[in-house]
Design a binder for this molecule. Sequence first.
Ligand code: HEM
Length: 123
Amino acid sequence: MIINSVSFAIYLLLLYGRSLATINLNKHIRWMIAVIALDTSLILFLVFFRNALSKVNLSMSPLLIIHIIFALSTVVAYVLTLYWGFKIRSGLRQPGLMRRLDRIIVTLRALTLLTSIAVSWFV
Ligand code: HEM
């Protein structure tokens, strides 16, 4: 439950940080890097201190499998956003790309949170 609350808080920070993009781009970038670092730290904490990997096996529940897929996809989307974000920042023109990545991340991260809550309730 505490982990889900922390995860929800990080999601709120993410929503705030994305709203900064059109107001103050430098602040947006610093904020999003911090959010990505926090979210990655949460995953590393679960892996190293809560033995999350020991729950990964062939008899995992479908819900847990779906949750892991959403969580890993979020990490991949973060890496792509960092890569393209810095490229666009340094002058490359990719109109609309950041907006598409944003939609993907906001959706994937919400689904990660919702499935994590579902796993803690039902599995
Ligand atoms: C979770 C991560 C992130 C989300 C959800 C996000 C979201 C957004 C959104 C909604 C916009 C406005 C797009 C538009 O109105 O066209 C934007 C723009 C932008 N973001 Fe991010 N962002 C994230 C991370 C980053 C990072 C790490 C960087 C690092 C450099 C970055 C750099 C930029 C830049 C340069 C723009 C301007 C895009 C343009 O001019 O086409 N963002 N971002």
